[in-house]
Design a protein around this ligand. Sequence first.
Ligand code: B12
Ligand code: SF4
Length: 501
Amino acid sequence: MNVHLVNPSHVSFGVGVITPRWLFVLAAATPADAGDPILVDETLEVMDLSTISPGDIVGIGIHTGNALRGYEVGRAAKAAGATVIYGGIHATLYPEEALDLGGADAVVKGDGDVIWPAVIADARRGTLQRIYEGGRVDADAFRPARWDLLPPDRYMWASVQTVRGCPKHCSFCSVWRTDGQKPRQRGVDSVVGEIVELRRRGFRFIALADDNFYPVSAEDLRMAARREDPARLESLRAIRAERFELMDRLSKLPRDMIFFTQITMEAAEDPEFLDAMRRANIKGALVGIESVTAEGLKDIYKPFNATGDELVAKLRAFRDHGVHVLGSFIFGLPSDSPKTFDATAALAEAANLTFAQFVMLTPFPGTLDFAEWEKTINPETERVAGIPVTRHWLIPQENRPKVYVPHPLMTPDEIRARTQAVWDRFYSLPQIWRRSKCTPTLKARLAFVLISKLYRQMYANTGIATDSARVHRSAQWARMIAKPCRRLFTAPPMPELQMPG
Ligand code: B12
Ligand code: SF4
């Protein structure tokens, strides 16, 4: 009996940008007597179904975007005689869907770290339940990933999670509702231990796969200090102190190690934190800018973000501390107008962003936006390819609409075309070349151009383009340049590296 863990994808690039962490975490949770699981990441290659034998266990992790492909794999695995078990955020939100459409024998909701061994045991005994509640496990029960199972020469960045959950409540995001608003911060030794192992294996680029690397803001501390009961302030200070401890340990790792994280803009008001990030070599951060207008921020419950000159100043503060910003914007908010696209492109230039992504508002299940939108749709009449648009992830890729939420001023096509134009403008060769000045040598500048183009092909064209020929061309192109790009991220292994501190 083999255990297979599958990360489904409808498009494969041969090379991956970031390791899908759940594969390696669930591998660590797989009991030793079940043998090493076979890991399949379809963002690299399509799964070879002939590797499945009757009696095998196939675990499939799905988020909303890859659920449809996941169900296809699950049905095929079931037909091959396997026991099929789903997990991941989408299965957590729609367990019945995986049972109905994905050939599932069981579905695990929530975190898999603790419950997975029990599920495997039940599967082997033939006593599987339909649904398991993995819950939100405490940070000290998070499993460190099994990096010994990493296929060689495939990924550019490895991913290590340091904290799960986010105290904010943005309307388009499901994290605070599924992972919770209480930050669950992993112990520093456990995080650094994984990073050291990865550097020993030749990884020097690490994505800190966190919801929000800055779970306690300066404003949170000010507010807690005003309370009579000191308990809240003490607990926030403890979380913050642990962040600094982690960054201090990262700063003692080999200097060629580079970290990237996801963080709220609030950190820009906290020079002490930014200084610690600089020392830790956290050289990049995805910052959810979302909208450049106050109305837009109101639409999405993100009042802590800035607009105008203050926004530019905040984003530049990251850069002044050596942290490159990947700015993330959303188009299609109710208050957006045709002018918003130009204003956003201009802001991205003025704020000295190193990378940017421009996504179209998508109602993801589990979010407040989804709940509101779902109420406005008649599932009987509003269908595409026979599927209610409220289940948009089940619509085949080629028919799947790109914009779902009706806009008061713009048609879906206009939003899509304008979004595409902003991508084109930000990733035009002259603009990339101008931004590449942030690198020290001509060789590095050329590498920067290549990576910018790869990023654009992987994340924009495959998501925005409406014709499948363009999507196909994009994927082909990305496949071609992904391999040489990956080489830019490799480093000689350091098998002797010891834990710092
Ligand atoms: C890091 C990250 C990224 C990174 C790296 C992705 C990668 N290759 O790993 C980047 C920045 C590239 C990214 C991109 C995107 N992301 Co993202 N990402 C995350 C983030 C913050 C952490 C994921 C992670 O590694 N967690 C650590 C692992 C260990 O946790 P886990 O995946 O949840 O797995 C646990 C359980 O779910 C469960 N489990 C998972 N699979 C399985 C399978 C089985 C069989 C079992 C039993 C259990 C199980 O057990 C695991 C261990 O406890 C999550 C937020 C989150 N909290 O999940 C968002 C998140 C997954 N992303 C999200 C989104 C929307 C996106 C984008 C679409 C954004 C965009 N608009 O472009 C893209 C899509 C990219 C793609 N095509 O996959 C959403 C997904 C929402 C949804 N309903 O699907 C999330 C939840 C964030 C959010 N804002 O809501 N992302
Ligand atoms: S978008 Fe970011 S800040 Fe907002 S709730 Fe989600 S993780 Fe937190």
